[in-house]
Each structure stands twice: as structure tokens, then as C-alpha cells.
Design a protein around this ligand. Sequence first.
Ligand code: MF3
Ligand code: CO
Ligand code: CO
Length: 296
Amino acid sequence: MKDNKLGRNSLCPCGSGKKYKKCCLNKPFKKFSKPLSLKERYFKDYKIRLKNSKDIEMIKKAGKLVIETLNLIESELQAGMTTNDIDIIVRNHFKKKGAKAATLDYMGYPKNSCVSVNNVICHGIPDSTVIKNGDIVNVDITPIYNGYLADANKTFFVGDPGPEAKKIVSVSKQCLKLGMEVVKPGNTIGDIGWVIQNYAQRQGCSVVEDYVGHGVGFEFHEAPQVPHFGKKGAGIKLIPGMVFTIEPMINLGRKDVVVLKDEWTAVTKDNSLSAQFEQTIYVTKNGYESLTPFNI
Ligand code: MF3
Ligand code: CO
Ligand code: CO
């Protein structure tokens, strides 16, 4: 029987035609090391940390807390409250459950939530601003719960919404829905952005490009970035185990953003209304599952 063992004088398996000792012997990982697993490759190429089934269970628990807290806010929200009153509801509920807000002290951010009213696109800092009848109020929260994170937000009506408020809330909600529906292995991150941008623009609205969705679960903002605009088939291929947010910010007017002096609050440059919905999405074998599910 022929001895196939690789010796110093064998032909190098890299195909160079040289002897192994003169070629790859001293650079063993170069040409024929064990191929990387998909998990290793996604980390090496994209810094994406895939989640296993235990991770998913833990993120789901954080997701339940997010939804429970958003529901609590919805039940208490009314004209006359301040945006800081909402932050206090979040703080107290997280505290009761033994969770911490990921936003608190995140790159200097001072609160437990982002509360973005009317023309505020995102990252509104809760303060003494009084919420009025007819306002649209986005509340975005992210607990760290048993070491895992889930991120979601919703835009609420206060009292009786006007036609513009109704329109921007409906379009932004539909954008999230359409984005989620194209999540399945084999599709790409560009497919998500494309469906969102295509729908928003057909409705005469614009997609904010300065802020994007993101990987989440172990940390607040992980790879990959998930733009809400893009081209069909472009970008990273989705594979099972990826967990990321989709969180389109849609403006009734133009897409341009101005960040206020507090260095956080992002408003529309043309002062038009802006709305947003966000969920944390897990790519499964056949499609997706939301880890922060709510009806849209
Ligand atoms: N929750 C936001 C997101 O969806 C991020 C808020 S960062 C903060 O990614 F510092 F402004 F809170
Ligand atoms: Co997010
Ligand atoms: Co968020």
C-alpha cells in the first residue's frame, strides 16, 4: 500500500511542485490548514458574532422585557407628561427586573431611554419637554438583562393624530415590516435596505442615511451595520445565527439630519415629522424570528 504520509521530502501539498521542506513546512497555516467554519469566517471577515441557541434564549428574555416596558409606556402615555417621565418609567421597570439600560453612560449618553418627539429623528434625551395632544413620540429602549441585550422602539400617537402624523407612522411601520420580510438565509443586507427605501420613496417620504441598524445581543452595537437603503443583492449574505436590528427612520420631508448642540438629538433639517419602529431580528434556517415581537 502506498504511504501517503506527508514527509519532509514529499511533494508539497500546496501544489508548488517543490519539496515540502523547501516550501510550506515552515508556514503551516498558509495553504492547507483546515478551512474555517462559517462562524469563524463571518467573524474573521465581518466581525459578526453568530449566536447559538442558548444566546437566542437569553436575548429573547431581554426582548420580552423591552416589549413589556414599551407596553407599560403605551398604557401610561398622555399629554402633559414630560419626556423625562417616560424615562423614569423605564428606569423603574428595569430596576424592578434587575436589568440596566444599555444607553445609560453609553458614550456619555445620560438617560435610560431615547424619547424622540415629532421632528426628532432619534436619540432625543429625556428632559422637561412636555408632550402635547397630537404629538408622535418614539421611545427606544435597550436593557442589559443577564448579560444580554435586545433593542426595540415604537412610535406612539398622543391623543388625536393629524393626517401627517398618521402617514409617517404608517409608512415607517410598513418599512420595518417589509425589511423584516426579506430576512432569510441567502438574501443580503442590501435586500433589506432596498425594500425599505423603495417603499418609503414611493410614498413620497425619505430614508435617513446617517443612522443604521446593527448587530446586537452581546453588545449594544455589533457588526454588521444594516442600512435602510441600498441595492438588491448587495452586501453581506444573511446566514442562520445572525442577530441584528432593523430600525428605519423615515422622514415626511427630506432625509437631511441636524444634530443639536447636546451632540445627541438628531432632528430633520426641514423640520418635517420623522417616525421609527425597531425590532431585534434573528436569522433562522428558513427565515427570521423577531426577538422583540410586536404586531405591525
Ligand atoms: N437604541 C438606539 C439604537 O437603536 C441607540 C441609542 S444610543 C444612545 O441603536 F446613546 F443614544 F442611547
Ligand atoms: Co438599535
Ligand atoms: Co434602539
